[in-house]
Design a protein around this ligand. Structure first.
Ligand code: ZN
Length: 484
C-alpha cells in the first residue's frame, strides 16, 4: 500500500539472505507466515511463474513421448522400504500418517517424498512385453521432505511442487539415451526459458540419488554468496528398482527380463534460482519467457489530458495483447505513476511502457528495460520492437549470468588455494583421486563446501595431477562449492 515501505531495504551484495527474504515477501512470490513451518503458500505471482514453467516443460515432455498421470500421495511403509538403499536416503525426511480418525493405522503411510516406489509397483502390473516399452510417465505434484534445517522460500521447504518423470526401457543403452534426451530438454528449459547457466555434473557415489546407478545434476550459481543451486536432476536407475519391484517384460527373444529405468525432476526451486540469480537491489528481474506479465503499460496522466493518454494506452494494450504478448494495463488512479514503477520493478516485469501526453503527441511511447533501466522511445507503428526488446532482455540475462558463472570458476592444486577460493566465494575446479575419505575431508576442511561432481560426458582427464587432499594420482577433475 502507498506509504508502506514498499521496496527492499538492503542491497543484494551486502546482505543477500535478507535481500532474498524481503524480495520473496514484498514481491508477493511466496508467503511463509503459515501455521506449519516449511509448508508455505505459493502466492499468485509466484505460482504464475510455475505455471509458465509447466507450460513450457510439459510441451517438450509430450513431444518426447511422455504422458502425464497422477499417482497417490500416500505410500505404504512396506513399499517405500523395498529398495533399501533408496529408503535409507530418505528416512530422516519422511513425514508419516499414522492415524485416521481415532484409529491407528495398521501400517504407516508416507507422504510421498518421491514416487519411484508407488509408480514401479504399478509399472510391474502394466508392463508385460517389449511392446509396452519404452514407458514414459510424468506427474506434476507436491512432495514432502521434512527438513530439519532452516527453511528458505523456494530453496528449502517441507512441501514443494515438482514434476517427476519415470521411464522404463528394454536395454541399458536405451536408458542411457533417455538420460541424454532429458539433459537436452532440461538444458533448453534452463537456458532458453529461465536464462540460467549451469554446470552439468555427475554426482559422486556418496552424493548420487539413493538407489541410482548414477545421477546427473544441473548446478547454477549465485555469485553474491558463492553458492551453487541444484535446479534439476536426471537419474539412471539401472535395474535397482526393477528387481525388488519385479518390473519385467517378455523380450523379442522370448526371454523374461528386468526393465532399465530413469527418473528426472525439476521443482519450484527453479523459481528461487531465477529470483536469486537475476534479481537486483530493486527486486526481481524475470526472464521474459517465464514472466507472467511481460509488459506493463503505465499511463502518465495529468489533469485535463487524461482522456487522450488513457485511450492511447488502452489502444496500445489491445494491440500488444493481439501480438500474443502477456501485457497488463495499470490504469488504477489510486496509485501514483512512481508507486507503480516501484511496484512492477519489485515484481520483476521485464518491460515497462510509459505513455504520457508528450509521448502521444510524438506518436509513440517510452519502453523501459527492467534489467538495464534503459529508456527507448518506440513509435506506434514500430510495435514489433517490443518483441525484439523482450528477446534482447532474455538473451542478455543469460549472457550476464553466464559471465558470472565462468568468471567465478578457479582452478587450484592445493587445499590452501582451495580454502582461499571458497572464502572468496568461488567455485573450485581441482583434482581428486576418487576416494570418499578425501571427499569427506574436503567437506570438513572447506567450511561445508563439497565436491559437486565431475563434468558429465565432457570428461576432463587430469594429466599428471595429484589429488588435492591426499597427493595420490588424481583420476577426476571435480568442482567444489557450497550450495543451497
Ligand atoms: Zn585423495
Amino acid at each position: 500500500m502507498p506509504g508502506e515501505n514498499l521496496g527492499i531495504t538492503v542491497k543484494k551484495e551486502e546482505d543477500f539472505s535478507r535481500w532474498y527474504t524481503e524480495l520473496v515477501r514484498k514481491g508477493e512470490f511466496m508467503d511463509q507466515r503459515t501455521p506449519v513451518r516449511g509448508c508455505d503458500v505459493f502466492m499468485p505471482w509466484g505460482y504464475a511463474i510455475w505455471e509458465e514453467i509447466m507450460h513450457a516443460a510439459d510441451r517438450m515432455f509430450k513431444d518426447h513421448g511422455v504422458k502425464n498421470a497422477y499417482f497417490p500421495t500416500l505410500i505404504p511403509e512396506s513399499l517405500l522400504t523395498k529398495e533399501a538403499e533408496h529408503f535409507e536416503g530418505f528416512t530422516p525426511e519422511v513425514a508419516w500418517v499414522t492415524e485416521a480418525g481415532n484409529e491407528k493405522l495398521s501400517e504407516r503411510l508416507a507422504l510421498r517424498p518421491t514416487s519411484e516406489t508407488i509408480m514401479y509397483y504399478m509399472f510391474s502390473q502394466w508392463i508385460r512385453s517389449y511392446r509396452d516399452l519404452p514407458l514414459r510417465i510424468n506427474q506434476w505434484v507436491n512432495v514432502f521432505r521434512w527438513e530439519t534445517k532452516a527453511t528458505r522460500p523456494f530453496l528449502r521447504s517441507r512441501e514443494f511442487l515438482w514434476q517427476e518423470g519415470h521411464t522404463a526401457h528394454r536395454t541399458l543403452d536405451e536408458a542411457n539415451q533417455e538420460v541424454m534426451d532429458m539433459i537436452q530438454i532440461y538444458s533448453k528449459i534452463f537456458r532458453e526459458y529461465a536464462a540460467l547457466p549451469f554446470l552439468v555434473l555427475r554426482r559422486t557415489e556418496g552424493d548420487k540419488f539413493a538407489g541410482a546407478l548414477y545421477t546427473v545434476a544441473f548446478d547454477s550459481f549465485v555469485a553474491e554468496t558463492g553458492r551453487m543451486i541444484q535446479i534439476g536432476t536426471v537419474h539412471n536407475l539401472g535395474q535397482n528398482f526393477a528387481k525388488p519391484f519385479d518390473v519385467k517384460f517378455l523380450d523379442k527373444d522370448g526371454k523374461e527380463k528386468y526393465v532399465w529405468q530413469t527418473s528426472w525432476g525439476i521443482s519450484t526451486r527453479l523459481i528461487g534460482a531465477i529470483l536469486a540469480i537475476h534479481g537486483d537491489d530493486k527486486g526481481a528481474i524475470l526472464p521474459p519467457r517465464l514472466a507472467p506479465i511481460q509488459v506493463v503499460i503505465i499511463p502518465i496522466v495529468f489533469k485535463g489530458k487524461d482522456d487522450m493518454v488513457l485511450s492511447a494506452a488502452r489502444e496500445l494494450y489491445q494491440r500488444i495483447r493481439e501480438m500474443g504478448i502477456r501485457v497488463e494495463l495499470d490504469d488504477r488512479d489510486e496509485y501514483t505513476a512512481g508507486w507503480k514503477f516501484n511496484h512492477w520493478e519489485l515484481k520483476g516485469v521485464p518491460l515497462r511502457i510509459e505513455i504520457g501526453p508528450r509521448d502521444v503527441q510524438n506518436g509513440g511511447f517510452t519502453a523501459v528495460r527492467r534489467d538495464t533501466g534503459e529508456k527507448i522511445f518506440v513509435k506506434r507503428e514500430e510495435l514489433e520492437r517490443i518483441k525484439e526488446l523482450l528477446e534482447e532482455i532474455q538473451k542478455d540475462l543469460l549472457r550476464r549470468a553466464e559471465e558470472k558463472l565462468e568468471q567465478n570458476i578457479v582452478t587450484v592444486e592445493t587445499m590452501e588455494e582451495a580454502k582461499k577460493a571458497v572464502q572468496e566465494r568461488k567455485i573450485v575446479r581441482t583434482y581428486w583421486c576418487g576416494d570418499p575419505k578425501c571427499e569427506e575431508h574436503v567437506k570438513e576442511e572447506l567450511d561445508g563446501a563439497e565436491i559437486r561432481g565431475t563434468k558429465f560426458l565432457e570428461i576432463e582427464v587430469p594429466e599428471n595431477k595429484k589429488c588435492v587432499v591426499c597427493g595420490r594420482e588424481a583420476t577426476q577433475v571435480v568442482y567444489i562449492a557450497k550450495s543451497y
